[in-house]
Design a protein around this ligand. Structure first.
Ligand code: MG
Length: 367
């Protein structure tokens, strides 16, 4: 099998709630996502998707995905998409860094490998653990009472895990955490994700003020060193996200006992091939994982479901059903949330069929 062309489509994903707000006043109302098609001489096409969380969350931006595919694509034409390791090495030697650019292409190659072998991607990644995947709901940053009310609403829809977007004014963040924690029930889990928004002294204040609350603290500060200092001053379970952007970063953090849980995102690490390395290492080391992506629609949600479903349940902390946050569906067959859980498709590949009418004409074609 040979790659004959790579196409990229731009799709807009408006949010059901109108906007999504997190630390430092950052906000997005319509996500700009790129759907990637890898076409082959066997007449089958693999599909992937990359959707940065705006241009100010990770070193990634929406137009960068398309520009990167324009740069990288010509190096991949004529290569076998099923030799995924070979293809990843080729991508890494043709374009240094830019993992998010490679993520959609890698995802599409896993879809092709599944279609070519008649297997769902979750089986190719290790097999299916358990009946379903437990989801968390991200709670956009608002005043404490509104966030508590939203948690109650999503709880009624079946979610039992909540990730509060904090990282704002530390005094209001303390109120946010207490307001939500007061209405949770046994078995619920709460994460306060500052998304790098506090500096060290603020983070230590907040962590001290919630020391008796059953809450996880996620990525309080921008630098790894600040986070490590906060970690050493708190008794709360600790999650690292933005700083864990490579296998080397994960190994260093493990060596430093810098976290209990890591948040692994497919595009942050460069695709399913790369995230699988970190996932498998975390399983061996006993580290919990939030398995997800920066954002996305139906195709990203399907890829998350396959990755999470093929991970031992003990190591799975949470995952995300991004397709339920947005108003449009870009593919049929994607996982649909059921009582706070989702399942990976049994169909070959990712198990999604893009809705071509939603994609329109490709904005990049490399052939
Ligand atoms: Mg996070």
């Amino acid at each position: 099998m040979k790659i004959t062309s790579i196409r990229a489509f731009r799709v807009e994903l408006p949010l059901v709630e109108g906007s999504y707000n997190w630390s430092g006043g950052k906000s997005v109302s319509v996500f700009d996502s790129t759907v990637v098609a890898v076409d082959t001489d066997a007449g089958i096409t693999g599909w992937g998707e990359v959707c940065p969380l705006g241009p100010f969350y990770l070193p990634a931006y929406a137009d960068g995905v398309r520009a990167g595919i324009r740069e990288l694509g010509p190096h991949l034409i004529g290569w076998n998409p099923l030799d995924i390791g070979v293809l990843n090495e080729r991508m890494d030697s043709a374009l240094l860094g830019h993992p998010y650019v490679k993520s959609g292409i890698d995802m599409a190659c896993w879809d092709l490998l599944g279609k070519a072998t008649g297997q769902p991607v979750c089986r190719l990644l290790g097999g299916r653990f358990g009946d379903n995947v437990t989801l968390y709901r991200a709670i956009s940053q608002e005043d404490p009472a509104t966030m508590a009310r939203k948690v109650a609403g999503y709880r009624a829809e079946g979610y039992r895990r909540f990730q509060l977007k904090v990282g704002g004014d530390p005094d209001i963040d303390i109120e946010r955490i207490h307001a939500v924690a007061d209405m949770l029930k046994p078995g619920d889990r709460l994460v306060a994700d500052a998304n790098t928004g506090w500096i060290q002294h603020e983070a230590i204040r907040v962590a001290a003020a919630v020391k008796d609350v059953d809450v996880y603290i996620e990525q309080p500060c921008r630098t790894y060193e600040e986070c490590l200092n906060v970690r050493q001053h708190t008794n709360r379970p600790f999650v690292l996200d933005e700083n864990i952007d490579s296998l080397a970063a994960l190994m260093r953090a493990h060596q430093d006992r810098a976290m209990d849980v890591v948040n692994l995102k497919i595009s942050k690490l460069g695709g399913l091939t790369k995230i699988r390395q970190l996932r498998d290492l975390c399983v061996s080391l006993g580290i919990g994982m939030t398995l997800e992506d920066s954002w996305g629609g139906d195709i990203v949600t399907a890829a998350i479901a396959h990755l999470a479903h093929s991970t031992p349940e003990l190591n799975r902390f949470t995952s995300t059903d991004f397709n339920s946050y947005v108003t449009v569906s870009i593919a049929d067959g994607a996982p649909q949330r059921d009582n706070g859980t989702m399942r990976a498709s049994e169909a070959p590949g990712l198990g999604v069929e893009p809705r071509l009418d939603m994609l329109g004409e490709p904005v990049v074609v490399v052939a």
